[in-house]
Write a protein that binds this ligand. Structure first.
Ligand code: GFB
Length: 326
């Protein structure tokens, strides 16, 4: 294992740690909580958005002063699929900037030992060499459908780096690829592609509909990571990584949206036609991550896409009708 990114500040989380998970009700935060519990750690410090508005720096500082966490997972974010981003760009940049600024600043002011900030693979240029290494950040223009969100996430990386540089804070950043898994958002238009297609194909299979409409051309490629794998990567990085540079987290394997649609059709039992609605955006054509850095540290994903999708679809199909819209 390379030690070039290590310094003497990091120490694995133990039972003396006071862990705060920001965003514990979201898909990523709840997976981190599951992973912490699997390790036998106590329930982390956590607040719902009605108990604490993370966009409010004063409220966040008050909470940090009171709770004095030692380790922070910053998994809270406003997230959504390609259309949600395009429809509400102001919310995506404002909410994310405010959350990051409030939590990272308060973590510094209360002397948090270590903080892990979570970003997204959309931080990279729209057109760039594949697979994408961490060093390709800010080497080209962003994808317009999610530039406000991406810029907020880039600001989060820089906030961590700046606090490290100026104050010696051990704040690290992880950039996951497209995620899926338990706790995903199945909103018909606001969700990401996996829950959107599960919802559409499952419904069509049940009703015997002859065709399902998918967005765009089907040719863009995406890399999909199960959120439980991401949670393990977060705990792993919290234990071993103390570097300034952000770390890509993915599988290293991508697939076209057409291939994804065919896989979800098969798994949901839909045998009709798959149609492509060219009035909807494709977004970036490819954003496959180079995961050499985290692989060299010793982490690899465990869940392959087909097995992960099967489990998620089984869970979705077993829900009562009214719970499928959530
Ligand atoms: O997952 P998704 O919404 O987000 O879309 P992005 C991925 C691809 O799936 C796009 C296509 O090419 C969509 O056109 N697609 C096909 C669909 N059918 C559907 C559908 O019914 N619903 C959806 N949602 N997509 C997001 C960013 O980009 O990814 C965020 O906007 C973030 O900022 C996130 O980075 C991970 O991968 O294009």
């Amino acid at each position: 294992m390379s030690t070039e990114h290590f310094d003497d500040k990091g120490s694995p989380i133990d039972n003396g740690a006071r862990i705060y998970v920001a965003g514990h009700r979201g898909m990523v935060g709840s997976a981190i909580v599951r992973a912490l519990k699997q390790r036998g750690l106590d329930d982390p410090i956590a607040f719902t958005s009605s108990e604490l508005d993370l966009r409010d720096p004063t409220a966040v500082q008050r909470m940090m002063d009171r709770e004095r966490p030692t380790h922070v997972y910053l998994a809270a974010a406003k997230v959504g699929g390609i259309k949600a981003n395009a429809d509400a760009p102001a919310d995506f940049i404002f909410d994310n900037l405010m959350i990051e600024t409030s939590v990272i600043r308060a973590a510094h002011l209360t002397g948090v030992s270590k903080l892990l900030f979570l970003g997204s693979s959309c931080i990279y240029p729209k057109v760039t060499a594949q697979p994408i290494t961490e060093g390709q950040l800010m080497t080209g223009a962003l994808e317009p459908t999610n530039a406000p969100y991406a810029l907020a996430k880039i600001a989060g990386i820089e906030l961590c780096k700046a606090h490290r540089k100026q104050h010696g804070s051990n704040f690290i950043s992880a950039m996951p690829t497209n995620l899926y898994g338990p706790g995903d958002n199945y909103h018909p238009t606001g969700s990401h592609v996996i829950p959107a297609l599960i919802r559409k194909f499952h419904k069509a299979a049940l009703s015997g509909a002859p065709a399902v409409d998918c967005w765009g051309s089907g040719t863009p490629r995406r890399e999909f990571l199960h959120v439980d794998d991401l949670a393990e990567a977060c705990l792993f990085l919290m234990d071993v990584y103390n570097g300034e540079e952000h770390v890509n987290v993915g599988t290293g394997v991508d697939m076209s949206i057409l291939e994804l649609a065919e896989m979800i059709a098969k798994l949901t039992g839909f045998s009709g036609e798959i149609c492509w609605d060219s009035s909807q955006p494709d977004g970036t054509m490819r954003k496959q991550l180079d995961c050499s850095r985290i692989h060299a540290l010793g982490w690899h994903h465990q869940v392959e896409v087909e097995a992960g999708l099967r489990a998620v679809i089984d869970d979705y199909a077993a829900r009562p009708d009214e719970a499928r819209s959530k």
